[in-house]
Structure formats: C-alpha cells, structure tokens
Design a protein around this ligand. Sequence first.
Ligand code: ADP
Ligand code: MG
Ligand code: MG
Length: 876
Amino acid sequence: MVASWVLGFDEGNGSDRDLLGGKGANLAEMTRLGLPVPPGFTVTTEACRAFLASNNTFPDGLWEQVLEGMQQIERRMDREFGGRDNPLLVSVRSGAKFSMPGMMDTILNLGLNDESVEGLAASTDARFAWDCYRRLIQMYAKVVLNVDSDHFEDALDAMKRRDGVTLDYELPAGSLRDLVAEFKQIVERDAGQPFPTDPYDQLRGALTAVFSSWNNRRAIAYRNQSRIPHDLGTAVNVQSMVFGNLGADSATGVAFTRNPSTGETGIFGEFLVNAQGEDVVAGVRTPLPMAEMATLPEFTQAYAEFNEIAARLEQHYRDMQDVEFTIQNGRLFMLQTRNGKRTGQAAVNVAVDMVGEGLISEIEAVQRVEPAQLDQLLHPMIDPAYSPDVLAVGLPASPGAATGAIVYDADEAKRRGDDGERVILVRIETSPEDFHGMVSAQAVLTARGGMTSHAAVVARGMGKPCVVGCGALEIDYSSGTIQIDGRTLNKGDFITIDGASGRVMHGEVPTIEPNVGGSVATLLGWADQHRRLGVRANADTPNDAMNAREFGAEGIGLCRTEHMFFEGDRILAMREMILASTVRERRAALDKLLPIQQSDFAGIFRAMDGLPVTIRTLDPPLHEFLPHTEQEMNALATELGTSLDAIRNKVDALHEANPMLGHRGCRLGISYPEITEMQARAIFQAAVECSKDGITVIPEIMIPLVADVKELERQRAVVERVAQEVIGESGQQVAYSIGTMIELPRAALTADKIAEHAEFFSFGTNDLTQTTFGLSRDDAGRFLPFYVEEGILERDPFVTLDESGVGQLIEIASERGRSTRPDIKLGICGEHGGDPDSVAFCDRISLDYVSCSPFRVPIARLAAAQAALGATERDK
Ligand code: ADP
Ligand code: MG
Ligand code: MG
C-alpha cells in the first residue's frame, strides 16, 4: 500500500499540524466548522520530507494522489482544470507546522494558459482574466523558474506609462494581453525555457518549487532566528481560487480578531477593494481599515458575516486569530486562520482579558504568554517630558523606542549591526529578502505599507521597534537621501523611532524605562501561584535592589562587591590597596574602603528588608582595578607620594597572561585574608546597624571560584571569626550563612566535600560555562556565532545553558552536595537565570532558585511557572 500523501480539506484532522502544517490543519478545521472555505487538499509534510530526502523527486504515488485531489476539486467546483470554458484555477500554498510569514512561496491562478484565459474572460471579464494570467506568469517565473521579478515590474511600469495610468487595475484588457506576451518573452529569455502552458506541468512545477522553498536562504534564516527545527518540511495546500479582483464588490484582506499591538478587543485589519492575495501585505497600495468596510454597501453583508466568523473562530481556538479572507462579488471566503502573532503587551492583555471573558483559565493564560515577550514590555519608551524634533509620523507597527544610523540596505544593516553599531533599516517597503537586515538593525522604518505589511508583521514577531507607512518620507536609494517636508536626511544620520506612537524623530531622543503594572502584574501574580522555583535578582547597588524588588525578586542571588569599587574616588583607595607592598599598608587602604562598603551593604539590606542577600567576596583579577593610562598612574603616584616609575613597575609585576584563570576569586582572599576580613566586617557591621533599626537582614556570604574544599574552609574561618567579633562588639545577634559558588568543574566534581563547609551552592554558570568549554567568553565572538550557524553548537551556551555538559556538572554537584548536606540550598546566578529554557532546566533538576538581572525577573517568574505547569506548544 502506498502512503497517503494527500488529504482533502474535508478529510484532514484539524489538530494535526505536524502532518498538515498550520495552514492546512486550520483550513481542514474551518471546513469542518462549515465556514466558507474554497475546496482543496493538503499535500502532507511527510511528502515534503520524502521529496527532500530523495533528491527532490516526488515519492511513489504522490502525483497520482494529487491528480485524484484535483478531480475532487473539479467535481466540487464543476469546473475543469485547464478547461477551455469556465476553467478551474487553483492556488498552491506553502504551509509549515510553524507559520513563517512570507518566508516560503505561494503561487496563485494556476491553470491559466492561452486557451483557458479566453474561457475565463468569457465567463467573467477580459480585463480580470488577463490580469490573473499576467500575475500567474510573474509569480510562477519568480518562484519556479527563479526569474528576477524586477523585469516584470519594469515591464508593468512601462505599460502603465504607455497608457498614461498610475494604478495596475486601470490597465485595459488589451494592454494586459500585450503584457502577457511580453512576460512570456521575459521568461523565455531569462529562464531559457518557455512558460509551461500545460496546467499539470504548472502544478508539478509549483509543488516542486514550494517543497524546495523550505530550504531557501530566507526560510533557513527565519528558522534559525525562531528556533524552528530544519527537518520538519512544509505541507502544500492546493486550493480552488476565489477572486478579490473581480471589481468594486470584490476585495481581499487580512485581519486580527483583536489588536495585535495592544491587545485591545475589536476587529483590527485592512482590506483592499478589487485586489488579489499579496496586494494587501505587499504594501503596493495603502489599504483601508476594516471598520470602513461597514460603510460600503457592496460589503455590508460580507462584513457582518465576517464579524460572526471572527467571533466564532476566537471561541473555537480560544485565542486571538489572524485571518485572511477574500470577497468575490460580495461573497465572503475564508482563506486562512492562525493564532495571531502579537507584541508582548498584546500577549499579556489578551491572555488576561480572555480569562475575564471566561474563554481560558488562569493557568492557560500563564502557559500561553511567551516569557521572552515580557522583555518588550520592559523596552525603553520615549521620555514623554521631552519634546523631540518629530520629522514625520507613520503607523505604530511594533512598540519600543530605538535610535540608530540610517541604513537602506539589508546587507549593510546586517554587517554594521553585527559589528555592534546601532542602525535603523529604512526602506520604501521590506520584503522577505530583507529579513537578515531586520534582525541586525535596532528598528525598522518603511515609507509604505500598512499594519499588516511584511515589515510590521516580522518586526512584531521579533519584538523589534517598527514604524511603517510613513508616507512623508521620500526615500531615494540611489542618492542615499530622504526628503521630509523640505528637510534632507542622509545615510548615516541618526534618527529615533517610536514604534508605540509611530513617530520618527531627529537625532537621539532620551528614553525612560516603563513600569510593569496592570495586566502584567495580574498575570505574574497567577504565575507566582504555580511556580516552585524561587526567583532572585543579581543586584549590586541599593537602586538595583529596589528595582529587583519591584519586579518581584525574592532576594538577591548575587551581589558583586567589586562593582562598588569603580565609582568616583573609591577606585583610588582600591588601587592603593592592590599596590600595597606590606600587610600594614594594605590594611591602611582597606580601612578607607571599609566604611564605603559598609554603607553600600546597609543600603542594600534596607532595600531588601526581610529577604536574603547573597554577597560575593572579591572576585575579579586585580589588574582590572589597576591604572591603565599614564594620567591614571600619575594621579595614583601623587596620592601615594611615590614615583610614576614605581607605579608602572608594580602594574607590570601584576600583569597576568590569562587573568580569567589567574589570580582572582577566592585566590585573592587566600593570598590576602585581610581583604576578606574587611569585607566580612563591612557586611556584619552593616547587618548590625540595620538590625538595630528594625530591618530584617539575612546575609549569605559567598566565596567565589573555589576549586578545593580547603580554600573554602580557610575563607569560611575568616568570615566566621569576624562575625563573632562584630556580634561580640555590638551585642547584636546576626543570623547568616556561608556558601560558595560552583563555577569550576573540579568544584562540581568534589561537591560532596565542599558541602561540608557550605550551607549553599550558587552555580556561577557564566564561569562554569567558560571553564567547562575551556573558552573565554570575551574571545568567543570570533567563532561562536559560526559554530551556532553551522549547527556545531545548537545554541550559544552563554545564552542558554548547555544542558548536556555544563548542566550535567550542575546535576552532579547538586547530587553530591545534597548527599553530604540534604538541606543545602541550591541556585544559579549566571545570565542563564533569565533565560526561559535554562530556567526550565533548573526547575527540572530541582534547584531552589534562579537569580537574574532585575529586568529579567518577570521573565524568570513566568518561565518558572511554565516549567512547573508545562507550557503549551506555541507557534514560533
Ligand atoms: P502566506 O503564507 O505567505 O500568507 P498564502 O498561502 O496564505 O501565503 O497566500 C498568499 C496570498 O494569496 C494570501 O493573501 C492569500 O489569502 C492569497 N490566496 C491564497 N490562496 C488563495 C485562493 N485560493 N484564492 C484567493 N486568494 C488566495
Ligand atoms: Mg497567508
Ligand atoms: Mg565567576
């Protein structure tokens, strides 16, 4: 028995997105619901995989099944594919499991040739028929035969000039007929073969091209960005055409059941009268907002039906839908529905609103919002108190403010963006070919196109600020200039765009951090009820600590004491300490540092009243604090009353070949116990001071970079001795604990021993990743991106925890640590603490908490809840 490669829309299982792709599954589901879907069938992803695996050839039985499928459509429509009179036309549409808007190809109007075009003309109208034909040739040539579409656009423009018209649909039938002849010549010239006139050859070519488009460059780039596996393949949907370009009572459109930028309820979308398919999203003409449809008598009926269907689809899918539709002579047809892509703000608002509407449960709301999307809510906004120099206003397509230099070309945006420059990609309109440039730009700005244009949809998906349809911009690519109301901008000029208001502003404009409230607070409140994992923040200053607490941190998981030493004239005392030749000199310098540290700690303890604060003793290589410039050395020489040469010698002497693995971490405190002593004293004196004011202080002292238990034992002894001294001196009890960071493989492997002297472990996953891989993060930029692109590493291990290597060490250390001390507290404090996948891993291996930067605390809270509840599979 041959496999079943083809399923009619009325046969497919609407929940089998793996097999039918998202588009196919939803077409089957809408058909089952009795909605007006033009008939068709889906060629499965299995068929695509078989095709790709066998060197781009159709698997056995596929073509026969496609022919059967075509016969079914012919019967349903009572039309013949390639027939002379009343011909059947179909679309051939790509549709993978996860939607990849605009990344793969679709061909419309398949089945037209020199004969059937006459049949179509006779049964409808000639202008329309020839317009369909010229579109088919153009799309087919581009997708199947790789002919540059510019040639066709040029020919079309020339024809419009010849006829003295400005819009495509103003061309009369005769001109379109001439254009078809010209198009065919272009195909013959550029593809070296004629446009196929046998409709079944067209169908075969189209299927082949859509299957192959799974592996085109932009599709691969999109999958890399969205982390969609490369081996899924795409399904292909073959569907009877309906026509939105049949005159004033026909239209095509795209709409969301709610506002995808803000989440506001109510239909949000656009339509174009007398147009076909891609016209709306391509931004060729600027479409009308959906609400206006109600005012056009030709469409009142269809509009009412559309609203009903939209409501029904939301009820059915229990999520905001993004639908495509066409109205043919006043009759509505549904062509696509999917869960709509949305901004972080919309995601949160829609989820919380739907709970209120009784559509979903609180748990579902928590499962549904992608944690990384919360990041967008934390994007900077234009400071409302500042009045910027607004150059123009376009449509607010994706929120967030961004500043950068004007760049017109996607390749250049990618190159300069990847080099760390801030650029804004400015284009008349974007197409899928610009995707890589959009990824690397800070923001995207287009002169044309609506809220559902390519630029808008893609930018929202990436959470990138975007303004579209900014008609005031007259962009001239060749001279590299933009004219706006008599002003001129050049390539490289700085502009700021605000994707929330649509404003385009001159120069760099000050931004402010938004505050998290309203529905986010509601959603995170629900999340907190379901997570097991604690969430702390990495915070070094009282200000950070306050922020962290506002974002919901339940403590500080990492307070880096050294950051305090860089500010103002503290660095001088620090340098004095480092360059001291004797213990006495060093103590003198440390005495200056003590009150500074103490007041910093007191500030943090006050901010975190009642919550634990993990303080790490001095960690970085000392040379980081050394004076580097001659000026700095001079200042220090004066301060210390010594010579420049003496300072320079000292600096040279402290030079290390490989500081990351050098004299740092607890090795400093072992060499100079008086440093640890001073820090411990600052901590305990601050604790006493705060306790006396009624503050509840829970200090946890953390010794970094321990490789051997003896290092911890020694440092612990210093801390304990100081603690007893301070408690004795003040008569004030302080409850504290002492633990260590696990950031060296040897520490992980000997964790059972280390746990004898540690009440807690905090996995320093940044260093643990460096030391496990044996690579330095600061130098990894040269090769790591290539490793990820080539698939040598699936992910950047500094972004998402490497579970099989670094993760294994964490598991080993946890197990061994717990074998010695069953109640040992375990957490992580690297960048990974704010990465949703890494958070899920920490939950799986039963750590007690994750600690991340204050701004990522909401993300970690949500990710932790999803880890506990299991997240629903989302479109990527
Ligand atoms: P994409 O996934 O890029 O949106 P689609 O397969 O949805 O590609 O098709 C592209 C455009 O063509 C859409 O606007 C769609 O509505 C339109 N289209 C697809 N099939 C048909 C059809 N059978 N009749 C009319 N328009 C169609
Ligand atoms: Mg579509
Ligand atoms: Mg470290």
